[in-house]
Design a protein around this ligand. Structure first.
Ligand SMILES: [Zn+2]
Length: 260
């Protein structure tokens, strides 16, 4: 909700259109009804998107074309590593790149990362971001062992769609942004502008998410939720007279500032 609200306000404040994308390329992990929940939660909070919803599950041909281009340009190698063979960062643990893996063995496809050729970028909210030692991506997976396209590939291709100028999302994705910008670079695509907002964390500093057992955003009191998200984003509080979702969003749009 925090990232949705921030991107909505940033788009509205800058007279842009706000597009909604559903990252549904992982059918084994899809929870029935979760997409409908997301859509109704956004609508209940007044966050109405522009144009048709973009479903990644409809974009397989574009991802396949990108894979073929990467392959033709020599950027991919087969990796045999199972979970137990991956090193602690999730990177290839058996030097598969040097070993010419048999194509008939179950394998993932990894893209070669040349750290020296990676560039930093100007984050719309956080300023200059240069990959730090801990963020320098290893050769990462673009197609999984089970044949599905990896999140990094799909997100990179969709972020670089024509007319998508700005991507606003949680700071937990900064590392992914470096990877996705790398894919843009070697595919000859233009990266959009990226801006990252602070994520909500629990008492132990873990991001609130399904993975850490957080409950879904309730639609019981959308005005209260919007005010909490605005406070988290260091935005001025709408006056008490702003009671409806529309009033709160109008105020927040007019006063939107990215100085977190
Ligand atoms: Zn490997």
């Amino acid at each position: 909700m925090v990232a949705a609200l921030a991107s909505f306000l940033d788009a509205r404040r800058n007279s842009g259109a706000w597009h909604l994308r559903i990252d549904d390329i992982d059918p084994p992990r899809a929870v029935p009804g979760s997409v409908e929940n997301i859509l109704s939660t956004l609508t209940n909070h007044g966050l109405q998107w522009d144009g048709p919803i973009i479903y990644q599950s409809h974009s397989a041909p574009a991802y396949e074309r990108a894979l073929q281009q990467l392959k033709a340009d020599g950027w991919l190698f087969r990796c045999l590593c199972t979970r137990t063979h991956l090193n602690m960062h999730g990177a290839c643990g058996q030097n598969c790149r040097e070993h010419r893996v048999d194509a008939t063995a179950p394998h993932s496809l990894r893209v070669v990362v040349s750290v020296g050729d990676m560039s930093g970028f100007e984050d719309g909210f956080l300023g200059l971001q240069v990959p730090s030692q801990s963020q320098i991506p290893e050769d990462f997976i673009v197609r999984r062992r089970d044949g599905l396209f990896a999140y990094q590939l799909a997100a990179a291709i969709d972020d670089a769609r024509p007319h998508h100028t700005h991507v606003v999302r949680g700071a937990d994705l900064l590392e992914s942004t470096h990877r996705q910008r790398w894919l843009h670079q070697i595919l000859g695509l233009t990266s959009p502008n990226y801006a990252h907002v602070p994520v909500m964390v629990d008492a132990d500093g873990n991001k609130l998410s399904k993975q850490t057992g957080a409950e879904a955003v309730s639609s019981a009191s959308p005005a209260v939720t919007l005010r909490r998200c605005l406070a988290h984003l260091s935005q001025p509080a709408p006056p008490p007279s702003a009671i409806s979702v529309e009033n709160i969003l109008d105020h927040a749009t007019a006063h939107w500032t990215s100085a977190f």
